[in-house]
Design a protein around this ligand. Structure first.
Ligand SMILES: [Zn+2]
Length: 167
């Protein structure tokens, strides 16, 4: 996730030269996304949902989580980077064109990735960073995930999958 601190850092970076900016941006993004993924990872682990793999580079867009058995790919999207319509985090004041293009590119890229994955028979679930902030919305997300997993493969129950993964 992009924390408030990271957001301030973005504004600060905005005052830097272009090369400095892209290097630091890369680092902020990598770090920000890791902590959001970690939250999601902990949530599904606590819930006893297994059978997933992280960062599968063999698939388009390198999904954050993949359930190969039921062909479900999950992406955890940062609110800033993906232009979340709910969080409405304003873009930094300067270099507005640069940031606008960056976010627009990410949105287009995600749509392409989704289309490629669907053509390979995958279902996609996109999780917003902000939906991992409250316990209620995390619970809702996990319920949705469980339902989708069940719907994709009613024969497999998640606890059996978990046992297999740990054996
Ligand atoms: Zn959001």
């Amino acid at each position: 996730m992009i924390s408030f601190y990271a957001y301030l850092l973005l504004i600060y970076m905005d005052t830097l030269g272009k090369e400095d900016r892209s290097e630091r941006m890369r680092r902020v993004r990598a770090k920000g996304n890791r902590s959001t993924e970690l939250k999601f990872r902990m949530a599904i682990t606590r819930r006893g949902i297994g059978g997933w793999k992280m960062h599968d580079r063999s698939l388009p867009g390198c999904p954050d989580f993949v359930f190969h058995e039921v062909k479900l790919a999950i992406f955890v999207d940062g609110c800033f980077w993906h232009g979340c319509p709910v969080s409405k985090r304003p873009l930094p004041v300067t270099n507005r064109v640069y940031w606008t293009n960056k976010v627009a590119y990410n949105i287009t890229r995600s749509q392409q990735v989704d289309a490629e994955l669907r053509s390979k028979g995958f279902e996609i679930m996109r999780v917003w960073e902000h939906s991992l902030r409250s316990r209620e919305s995390v619970t809702r997300l996990l319920e949705e995930l469980s339902e989708r997993l069940q719907a994709r493969n009613p024969a497999v129950n998640s606890s059996r999958r978990r046992q297999r993964e740990h054996s």
